[in-house]
Design a protein around this ligand. Structure first.
Ligand SMILES: *Cc1c(COP(=O)(O)O)cnc(C)c1O
Length: 315
């Protein structure tokens, strides 16, 4: 990927506004038609396009919380209201809560699968129930490559109101180059193309996507290694007392600290040279999200956490 960027000689030329080569490469990777695809400056840009196109001031978008913050951000920027349909005690999408939140102003329902930060995926019956509300259902599959065969991308062709968002940021390690995409029904694609700035995805991103797809076997090997480390970390953390470890199909693990203060644990990690994510959301105040990396990272996390928990017991 780095070599492809270094060799590339077209940086003085604007990107193709029709994204032909880029969409062809992504279509090959995902196994959908290029007509269904629109690439964005990160999938964040697709979230923004959807909110700008579908939300008039006062319209509503439903978020299944706790979840990724950009849905609310873009909803409110478009003048819409972000309505929370809280997930259940195991972080599953609560279909009844979503149904109760739907009213005549509802336009969009956002569901991250796997969810950030809980790491769980949504199942097909739940997606069917959401589609039956008639609102546009946006499945954000930013981490789907770590979930194995959980993607709803093939089902976009069967529904007028199903949208799948994906990105190269996480599994392909291209977060800094900003490239994501939507898999869209024709009626939605038509509208989103009208708001897309001509050169929204830069040429370095195009080159990196092509190189990633050309090197897909190696990249898949990395994904499998991360999934293996995730499962090893989950097992090791589950053996520690005083923690709840949520099953994850993503590249991070959410843990709940049953004894002691999660903010203090975050500081303890920080002193050990490990950056983790803590939360202010009321349901996540005792929780921490740990990203998965190399085997040595897993070992460092388990050692740091074990040390901290031992001190909690002694205190
Ligand atoms: C990281 C993330 C994104 C944003 O991805 P970009 O393509 O980098 O904009 C979207 N959704 C979720 C759930 C994420 O965690």
């Amino acid at each position: 990927m780095r070599e492809a960027l270094a060799r590339f000689e077209g940086f003085h030329i604007y990107p193709d506004p029709d994204q032909r080569a880029l969409r062809a490469a992504i279509a090959e990777y995902v196994g959908v038609s290029q007509d269904q695809l629109l690439a964005g400056n990160g999938s964040d840009e697709l979230i923004d396009f959807l909110c700008r196109v579908y939300l008039q001031p006062g319209d509503e978008a439903i978020d299944c919380t706790p979840t990724f913050g950009m849905y609310r951000f873009s909803t409110e920027l478009a003048g819409g209201h972000a309505i929370e349909a809280p997930r259940d005690g195991s972080w599953r999408v609560d279909v009844d809560a979503v149904r109760e939140s739907v009213d005549e102003r509802t336009r969009l329902i956002f569901v991250a699968t796997p969810n950030n930060p809980s790491g769980n995926t949504v199942d097909a019956p739940t997606v069917d129930a959401l589609l039956e509300t008639g609102s546009l259902v946006v499945l954000d599959e930013a981490y789907i490559e770590f979930a194995e065969n959980g993607s709803f991308a093939p089902r976009v062709a069967e529904h007028e109101n199903l949208i799948v968002l994906r990105t190269f940021s996480k599994w392909a390690g291209l977060a800094g180059l900003r490239v994501g995409y939507g898999i869209l029904p024709p009626g939605v694609a038509e509208h989103l193309w009208k708001v897309k700035p001509p050169f929204n995805v830069n040429r370095a991103a195009e080159v990196a996507v092509r190189a990633t797809i050309d090197d897909i076997d190696n990249v898949r090997g990395n994904i499998r290694r991360i999934m293996g480390e995730r499962d090893r970390m989950a097992r090791a953390l589950s053996e520690l007392p005083g923690l709840r470890v949520w099953p994850s199909r993503s590249n991070f693990i959410l843990i709940q600290v049953l004894e002691g203060d999660a903010a203090e644990l975050k500081d303890h990690f920080h002193r050990s040279g490990i950056a983790v994510r803590a939360y202010t959301h009321p349901r996540l105040q005792d929780s921490i999200r740990i990203s998965v990396g190399l085997p040595s990272d897993t070992d460092a996390v388990v050692a740091a956490l074990g040390g901290w928990l031992a001190k909690q017991g002694a205190a």
